[in-house]
Design a protein around this ligand. Structure first.
Ligand SMILES: Nc1ncnc2c1ncn2[C@@H]1O[C@H](COP(=O)(O)OP(=O)(O)OP(=O)(O)O)[C@@H](O)[C@H]1O
Length: 250
């Protein structure tokens, strides 16, 4: 088990956005969190990734209490998140973006970065990361010139530069064409199968979640209403009711 969430709660005024949520994320799995609008998915994501501190409950990573840790401290122990609004430097090339992230992890001085070349000791690592997300052929392109879906791939590459053990993604498929969603879904599967990473995904695309996930947690009104394999979730009556019988055709 990688991540353990124990009785975590968060209120906004009188609203119980997340209420006594307990779940665990298995090692080397794709674990998705779904639920109707306002279910508390993003709040739970923020509680685990350090953007918010819980009012109650604990979060453990490999048995270590990480409750309320800030994102950079979490990154230091191998917990990475990707951003819906990307953290890409659009005027730098794809490889320079990844190199900056690698340098940052290594604590190297970023001011010596030259736009046309990468230092030898980090270039191998940069190319290995680009290969993992299918960006080798675009290494020298300006990041800002990449198509939307490909920018998401670069975002994931920047996350990989932290050498994470677990990557948490908030709506990685949002606002994308069908083709781009397939591309990003393929990368997510590769992270698990080729790199042995654990991936946690908050996502609205239920059809894709069904295809990708080992385990799905379904939230409604701040609580978990169901958890299990895609097949089990598809048949779950509480889940069908939560989605008003509409979303599980895929
Ligand atoms: N900073 C905040 N202040 C006040 N209320 C908030 C805040 N963030 C979230 N909420 C409320 O908490 C509840 C859960 O929101 P959250 O964004 O976690 O749900 P969600 O499942 O991610 O929804 P969506 O699918 O629409 O993104 C909602 O009622 C939301 O309005």
């Amino acid at each position: 088990m990688t991540l353990q969430i124990n009785g975590v709660s968060k209120r906004f005024g009188g609203l119980k956005a997340v209420h006594e949520v307990t779940t665990s994320i298995g090692n080397c799995t794709i674990h998705s969190i779904i639920g109707p609008n306002g279910a508390g998915k993003t709040t739970l994501f923020n509680l685990v990734t350090g953007a918010l501190a819980p009012d109650a409950g604990k979060v453990y990573f490999d048995g270590k209490d990480i409750t309320g840790w800030a994102p950079n401290r979490l990154a230091g122990i191998g917990i990475a998140r990707t951003f819906q609004r990307t953290s890409i430097f659009k005027d730098l090339s794809v490889q320079e973006n990844v190199a900056l992230a690698v340098r940052s992890r290594r604590g190297m001085n970023q001011s010596i970065l030259r736009s046309a070349s990468l230092e030898a000791e980090i270039s191998d690592e940069v190319y290995a990361i680009l290969d993992n997300v299918g960006l080798m052929g675009r290494a020298t392109m300006k990041a800002g010139a990449l198509a939307h879906g490909i920018q998401r791939a670069l975002d994931i590459a920047i996350g990989l530069a932290l050498k994470p053990r677990i990557v948490l993604m908030d709506e990685p498929l949002a606002g994308m064409s069908r083709g781009d969603r397939e591309t990003v879904a393929g990368i997510i599967i590769k992270l698990k199968e080729d790199l042995g990473l654990t991936v946690v995904v908050v996502e609205h695309d239920v059809g894709m979640v069904m295809r990708l996930s080992d385990t799905i947690t379904v939230m409604q009104h701040g609580m978990i209403i169901a958890e299990g394999t895609p097949a089990a979730i598809r048949e779950n009556e509480a889940v069908k009711n939560a989605y008003l019988h509409g979303s599980f055709a895929a």
